[in-house]
Design a protein around this ligand. Structure first.
Ligand SMILES: [Zn+2]
Length: 120
């Protein structure tokens, strides 16, 4: 009899622990999924941003990881070596502190908004 109670107690304890555990972990799969989706979106944005930086880098005729034309001015102005943002290994030059400042807030968004002119 005592043994039976002990067994039941162990079983009850297991069930309780399992239920407690499951309850705690319940929001996790959704969180993980959301995080994975956010990571994937972030990664896709990074790839797009780097592709645009590559294109902007090539625009000036020299592939050297330096965007020498002002990125904020859609590469229409010469960038200055003392007005730069370094992003993902690219040195992005700007024509003025104002252009740099506008770009600096959200570099990713600014690069995505860039309108790279077609090469002549
Ligand atoms: Zn500019």
């Amino acid at each position: 009899m005592i043994r039976r109670i002990a067994t039941l107690t162990v079983i009850a304890g297991c069930v309780w622990a399992f239920a407690g555990c499951e309850k705690k972990e319940e929001p996790k799969p959704a969180d993980a999924l959301q995080k994975a989706a956010a990571d994937a979106a972030n990664q896709a944005t990074d790839i797009a941003v780097i592709a645009l930086l590559e294109k902007a880098d090539a625009f000036d005729g020299k592939v050297d990881k330096t965007v020498s034309k002002c990125a904020k001015c859609n590469l229409g102005m010469e960038g200055k070596p003392d007005q730069v943002i370094v992003y993902s290994g690219y040195t992005i030059q700007f024509c003025s502190p104002g252009c740099k400042k506008e770009f600096e807030g959200d570099v990713k968004k600014a690069v995505m908004a860039m309108n790279i002119p077609a090469k002549k």
